[in-house]
Design a protein around this ligand. Sequence first.
Ligand code: NI
Ligand code: MN
Length: 218
Amino acid sequence: MVKATWLGHSAVLLEGSRTVVIDPFLTGNPCAACPPDAIKKADLVVVTHHHGDHLGDAYALCRATGATLVAMHEIAVEGQERNLKAEGMNIGGTVEVAGVKVHMVSALHSAEKGSAAGVVVEMDGRRIYHAGDTGLTLDMQLVGEFFRPDLSFLPIGDRYTMGPASAAKAVEWIKTKKVVPVHYGTFPLVAADPEEFKKKVGSLAEVVILEPGRSVTV
Ligand code: NI
Ligand code: MN
């Protein structure tokens, strides 16, 4: 069983036999569920891409908890330069840390360094897809074919990522059981309506609309 908590924006905390934090943008995030120092324990910190609203507090969190940074090669190198434990990888690859598998999948987006990616985290027999920032891309069909996620986090904020309509199409392709919309409402520029997303998804998957700090269990 894995408890997944939305920490606001794209930040997600996964708690199972291990603790995994994804895209921990908390400092400076007006919707953050908690400050970074509220996270006392983490085994892995996973970053989807080198943008401030995803890299966020990743390095500080690795330093404070001793967690291993798992990210695109260029981000991992930055972590290693800061004397952090870091595993670099790239799209198509899998890294295993402390029994948790991280599969890196494609995303259609930019990044300050390296490129943008999505991840599928496999822990305790559950597969959780975090799409990072991405536009709708046919590559998502591969996520459905290879992983059939139990739970997915998809951006719906539009402008920089998919909006509600394209994210609903993504749900069809990734064949996820449950989906949580993220990357909306943080700033006026990403003010999307999660109910519109839910309506468009219909019966394709269970849409779980969370408030920051709230959880879903799979
Ligand atoms: Ni981005
Ligand atoms: Mn973003």
